[in-house]
Design a protein around this ligand. Structure first.
Ligand code: FE
Ligand code: FE
Ligand code: ZN
Length: 277
């Protein structure tokens, strides 16, 4: 079954996100674990979680994707900033266990001029502290556009992180189509080649989710500005190939396009129509 959803506001809780998803034709969703700027998380409401888990069964939500605040920087040169990222991730992962067996995505970080190798070493240190043998959540490294000093601008950097982490079975990758386009991977003209490269360097078994976004910028622009599906430089034909590709079609797809709910509803309908059952 085609697993498709979009980024939703978590302000009214889990059950509300399931209800909204149902209304717009989605069967999964992504949400921020807390204010994207990294503030205090709301207390988990166990009744809400219970109602959500029941609703998920009813409407066929198999997996959801939590997104860490995008301001966390595990690769910072400032120890206080790294510690804040670590404590936030620890807390998020503890909360994730209320909704077991799901995905938690984070931006690897920016090395802020120290060089990627130093940044990657810090990211590995944090992952080795926050990942636990008994957790059911898979933590995903997001592929990044390579804006500024972002780490994760290529598959090699993600592989370098994975290689340093002890509990590798708790780690995966979330591929963002806008980001890889902006990073220089030609998913429009050479999707097979890009996936082969991913497989050779990281291994496709590590690919757990897709952020499905068009891009406002051309291949290799290192910009990271999302566009509505079909209105950017990636284009609708490429998205049809992406969602139907034999190596991708069973993964969950999450829209993070510049839309309100009605726009997301339209894009979900559009993609469902293109998906070959
Ligand atoms: Fe992201
Ligand atoms: Fe993304
Ligand atoms: Zn982005």
């Amino acid at each position: 079954m085609f697993k498709i959803g979009c980024h939703l506001s978590a302000s009214k809780g889990y059950l509300d996100m399931a209800n909204v998803s149902e209304k717009i034709g989605a069967n999964t969703f992504q949400f921020f674990t807390r204010n994207p700027r990294g503030g205090q998380a709301k207390d988990i409401d166990e009744n809400d979680v219970k109602a959500f888990l029941e609703k998920s069964q009813e409407i066929g939500i198999e997996v959801i994707l939590a997104h860490a605040p995008y301001t966390l920087n595990c690769a910072s040169s400032d120890e206080k900033i790294r510690n804040f990222a670590k404590e936030t991730m620890k807390d998020d992962l503890m909360r994730m266990e209320y909704t077991p067996n799901n995905l938690y995505n984070f931006h690897p970080g920016s090395h802020v001029g120290q060089g990627a190798d130093v940044g990657i070493k810090y990211i590995i240190e944090i992952l080795n502290e926050v990942l636990k043998e008994d957790q059911t959540t898979t933590v995903l490294l997001e592929t990044m556009a390579g804006k500024g000093s972002e780490i994760g601008r290529n598959f090699e950097e993600l592989k370098q992180i994975i290689d340093g982490v002890k509990l590798k079975n708790k780690l995966g990758v979330c591929l963002d189509t806008c980001h890889v386009n902006d990073a220089g991977y030609d998913i429009v003209n050479n999707l097979d080649g890009v996936l082969d490269e991913f497989d050779r360097i990281i291994g496709l078994d590590k690919l757990k989710a897709i952020h499905i976004n068009d891009s406002k910028n051309p291949l290799g622009a290192h910009k990271d500005r999302h566009e509505k599906i079909g209105e950017g430089t990636i284009g609708i034909d490429a998205f049809e190939r992406i969602i139907n590709h034999e190596k991708l079609r069973n993964l969950p797809f999450f829209l993070e396009t510049p839309n309100e709910l009605d726009g997301y509803e339209k894009e979900i309908k559009l993609l469902k129509n293109l998906y070959k059952n």
